[in-house]
Design a protein around this ligand. Structure first.
Ligand code: NAP
Length: 487
């Protein structure tokens, strides 16, 4: 098997131009997209700038007028066709994702299926954007509340889920009758462009779904946040960048939907089922090499179960097969780039210097490059860097705690509040803890919780708004109250 885009069954799923107003735009400049597993250049992609973004906004604005006037069912039919094509080309889309992001094929296939599920969900929910009829405050009037599509939406997405982060937004945006202009992460524009090919083939009208690949994030971001024609802005990425983009959105009082950073706690109580807790930790911590916003970053384990939990966890983590994600059977690929590896190495060294004991991994192993071995750190404590900074790598620092109150207090001691996990078989404790944890999502006794049917989003500095579920549609609709008087 080769290492580049030549392995695709359909080469046309990997265009290298931007997709604006239903046409492909090559632009004047290019940037390299690399395979993090090999360091090789996969493609030279169009590096579009401010004027291209403005053109995309014009196309999205024009398309919005007609797209929003279709019936919800007409939009739904086209979106379902798109979802069907995503599933039909699941293997090629997974290969593209593995090549540009590094994640193993098995995970890339799952992400592709989830992407189709998001689009299908948006198609369905778009048909259920109901309004209200309010009992009137005066006898001669009737009060109606309509929900209308907000308009063209600016979108910026990260590299860690190059397809799912875009489709989760596109599902709600297109489903509610809006159009979008999206800038994918510079590391992973190919998955977004492949989705554009399939949107086109599905018959999504020109200008409804626009992709602006760029290495000039600030320049493109400025248009998407400050152009008055863009009525809402939806971002997934780091909290620091999200804050800056919110400031920029203030200039036109844009509605913002922000899916930002996390620093998820995972609590294991003495009464937990040991095997369930270890399996759940393995699934949540090491997925995508630890590069998910909902990865447990801080693991808190109660005294009595601590030793058996950590030895079981280290034993399983040491068995994870690490290598090129294209090789069937691999369970963990490389990290996204060298900077990501350096951050993980720094946090591990910091933990060691503060008394952490490496039970497995702790370095790059023999693979080098962008790889880092799955790592479990015993005797971790909350003075270590991971306590206040996302690791975004395959490192599980395990902190000991004594009482429930102490464990929950440590879990909540962060400015983030995206996801939290708890393992306990005590029903009363499960309720108490789930209500006390300050995060938008709590998973009890399971390591995987992402689904299109549930609201995804965070408390505190982890963001604003929700994606998925019926709540996700709210971000892209305006509420209009109409009084019919003189009746
Ligand atoms: P990032 O550095 O914030 O980048 C995210 C996106 O923002 C990329 O497309 C990036 O473009 C763009 N960007 C960066 N600086 C910008 C600027 N000044 N103006 C406009 N756009 C700008 O985050 P990341 O490292 O890619 O992603 C990891 C972060 O995302 C983590 O914090 C993770 O927790 C978070 N995340 C959150 C969720 C969620 O649902 N809450 C989901 C996934 C990830 P370039 O690629 O060109 O730099």
């Amino acid at each position: 098997m080769g290492q580049g885009l030549e392995i695709l069954d359909r080469a046309e799923l990997a265009p290298t131009s931007g997709y604006l107003g239903g046409k492909w735009r090559a632009g004047d400049a290019r940037f390299a997209v690399k395979n993090p597993a090999t360091g090789e250049t996969l493609a030279e992609v169009a590096d579009l700038g401010a004027s291209d973004t403005e053109a995309a906004v014009s196309a999205a604005t024009e398309a919005w007028h007609s797209w929003s006037r279709l019936t919800a069912k007409e939009r739904s039919v086209l979106m379902r066709r798109w979802a069907g094509l995503i599933l039909q080309h699941q293997e090629d889309l997974a290969r593209i994702m593995t090549l540009e992001n590094g994640k193993v094929l098995a995970e890339a296939r799952l992400e592709t299926a989830l992407s189709a599920a998001y689009i299908e969900w948006g198609a369905e929910e778009g048909r259920r954007i109901y309004g209200d009829v309010i009992p009137s405050h005066r006898p001669d009037a009737r009060l109606l509340v309509f929900r209308q599509s907000i308009g063209p939406v600016g979108v910026i997405t990260p590299w860690n889920f190059p397809s799912a982060m875009l489709t989760r937004k596109a599902a709600a945006i297109l489903g509610s009758g809006c159009s979008l202009v999206a800038k994918p992460a510079a590391e992973t524009p190919l998955s977004a462009l492949a989705l554009a090919v399939l949107a086109d083939e599905a018959g999504i009208p020109a200008g409804v779904f626009n992709i602006v690949p760029s290495k000039r994030a600030g320049e493109v971001g400025k248009v998407l946040t400050e152009d008055a024609r863009i009525r809402a802005f939806s971002f997934t990425g780091s909290t620091a960048v999200g804050k800056e983009l919110m400031r920029q959105c203030a200039s036109t009082v844009k509605k913002t939907a922000m899916e930002l950073g996390g620093n998820a706690p995972l609590l294991v109580f003495d009464d937990a089922d040991l095997e369930t807790a270890i399996t759940g930790t393995m699934q949540s911590k090491f997925r995508n090499g630890g590069q998910t916003c909902i990865c447990p970053n801080r693991i808190f384990v109660q005294d009595k179960i601590y030793d058996s939990y950590i030895s079981g966890l280290a034993e399983q983590a040491a068995q994870i097969k690490v290598g090129n994600g294209l090789t069937e059977g691999m369970q963990q690929g490389p990290l996204i780039n060298q900077a990501a590896v350096e951050k993980v190495l720094r946090q591990v060294e910091n933990a060691k210097s503060l008394g952490g004991e490496i039970l497995c991994g702790g370095d790059q192993g023999t693979l080098g490059g962008c790889f880092h071995m799955p790592t479990v750190i015993a005797n971790a404590n909350t003075k270590m860097e991971f306590a206040c900074e996302e690791t975004f790598g395959p490192v599980a620092p395990v902190v000991r705690f004594a009482t429930e109150a102490e464990g929950v207090a440590m879990a909540n001691d962060t400015e983030f509040g995206l996801a939290a996990y708890a393992f306990t078989q005590d029903l009363a404790r499960a309720f108490r803890v789930s209500e006390t944890l300050e995060s938008g999502m709590v998973s009890l006794n399971a390591g995987v919780m992402t689904t299109e049917v549930a609201p995804f989003g965070g408390y505190k500095e982890s963001g604003l708004g929700r994606e998925g579920s019926h709540q996700g549609m709210d971000e892209f609709t305006e509420t209009k109250y109409v009084q019919f008087a003189g009746l």
